[in-house]
Design a protein around this ligand. Structure first.
Ligand code: ADP
Ligand code: ASP
Ligand code: MG
Length: 411
């Protein structure tokens, strides 16, 4: 007997035919005494369509007291797919029950649209599994202490699945998606990207944080927290995918870097002409923190040494831009900034690999690859296992391919 958590993303359940195919596949692989929990996303582009629907009420629905209502709206997407998948199982003769995030005891904080899981009490799931049901759970959602629905950020069904697998002490956690594993770069952009057999939590987490959308970063953190290996594989084929785990167990070719990630959802904000005095950066970034907006790259440069004037430049997630604009308008007035410049057509490209720790030369090679592709670098940032460059959004495909060619030359 094994307890297995399987997650199916939006493209895997985009139509009722696909939902039936998912149920069929699960049953064809299920041993008679296996306990199966299936976490599903909203069908196809449903979440995007729901966001667009809210946009019909207000062009910028991601702000202030709309956020609770956004969660009320967005959680309906997953509710459609769990109901249909549970019906598909029943049609195939398999008892099944659909449950929302709240019903599986997924407790979150109250940060609407960016919720974090505080704990899971999956008694109901155990009870239903013990009755022989396949349990179909709505991904991407939990409930706060008031019982209000809270979503976990885009791609959050990955996190629901891994967290549930950890809380249930599952034997396996499988993430089924429209690619057959984790690649050295997004295979939609780099045609000769390399599929990995394994990747460590820390390298996958860095790739995910830097934009590799195949896994939500929080889900990788959850996997590491529970020490739960995660198998990323294709919904449409049976071959093995990529295992995300603590350490490598198979011979992975000794690549110097593990992958190239890119993130198109980047906005750059420049607060220009601020006084060079204590407290200025604090005022700007505290006001963003108070609005729950994460800041990524930050650069402060002295523009005019004689007049003691600085520019402070930083990047945020594009989704946060409407709220950030409001916050920065107030803050920049407070600190007497000369002006604020917002650029939306930006992207971040990054190299990731634990192998670069302590070895010089990787950043230089990356910059060389960008120069060959005629891509200008706007901002550079580094971590122990990554180097990132902010570039023009329109140049991202050239940038990623040139960097990939540099580090994966035989592909
Ligand atoms: P799902 O709806 O199943 O959650 P996502 O669209 O969220 O699927 O994630 C799968 C997509 O992630 C792939 O189609 C691929 O374009 C993208 N992706 C980005 N970086 C990578 C990578 N390094 N390896 C594999 N896929 C990647
Ligand atoms: N449906 C949600 C989204 O599109 C969650 C997910 O797919 O993981 O972001
Ligand atoms: Mg996803």
């Amino acid at each position: 007997m094994a307890l297995i958590v399987k997650k199916f993303g939006g493209s895997s359940v985009a139509t009722t035919e696909k939902i039936l195919a998912v149920a069929q596949r699960i049953l064809s692989e299920k041993k008679s005494d296996d306990k199966i929990v299936v976490v599903v996303s909203a069908m196809g582009k449903t979440t995007d369509n729901l966001i667009a629907l809210a946009g019909g009420i207000d062009a910028q629905p991601y702000k202030g007291d709309y956020l609770r209502e956004m969660d009320m709206l967005l959680t309906t997407g997953e509710q459609v797919s769990i109901a249909l998948l549970a019906m598909a199982f029943k049609r195939l003769g398999q008892p099944a029950i659909s449950l929302t995030g709240a019903q599986v005891g997924m407790r979150t904080n109250s940060v609407h649209t960016k919720g974090r899981i505080l704990g899971i009490k999956p008694k109901r799931v155990h009870d239903e599994l013990n009755k022989g049901q396949v349990v179909v759970v709505a991904g991407f959602q939990g409930a706060d202490k008031l019982g209000d629905p809270v979503t976990l950020g885009r791609g959050g069904s990955d996190t629901s699945a891994v967290a549930l697998a950890g809380a249930l002490k599952a034997d396996e956690c499988e993430i089924f998606t429209d690619v057959d594993g984790v690649y050295s770069a997004d295979p939609r952009i780099v045609k000769n990207a390399r599929k990995m057999k394994e990747i460590t939590y820390s390298e996958m987490l860095e790739m995910a944080r830097l934009g590799a959308g195949v896994m939500q970063p929080r889900s990788v953190e959850m996997g590491q927290f529970f020490n739960m290996p995660i198998h990323v594989r294709s919904t449409f084929t049976r071959e093995l995918g990529t295992i995300i785990r603590e350490d490598y167990t198979v011979e992975e070719k000794d690549f110097e870097i593990r992958g190239v990630a890119h993130d198109m959802k980047v906005a750059k904000i420049s607060v220009l002409g601020v006084p060079n005095s204590p407290g200025i950066a604090h005022t700007i970034f505290q006001s963003l923190a108070d609005a729950n907006i994460s800041v990524d790259m930050i650069v402060q440069s002295i523009r005019n040494i004689d007049r003691d004037i600085n520019d402070i430049v930083f990047t945020i997630n594009l989704t946060d831009l409407p709220e950030a604009k409001k916050v920065i308008a107030v803050a920049s007035e407070k600190i007497n900034a000369a002006s604020v410049l917002v650029e939306e057509d930006m992207a971040k490209v990054s190299i990731v690999g634990a192998g670069m720790l302590g070895s010089p030369g990787f950043a230089a090679r990356m910059f060389g690859a960008l120069a060959r592709a005629d891509v200008n670098i706007d901002i550079i940032s580094t971590s122990e296992i990554s180097v990132s460059c902010l570039v023009r959004g329109s140049q991202v495909a050239d940038a990623v391919n040139s960097i990939h060619d540099e580090f994966f030359p035989d592909r």
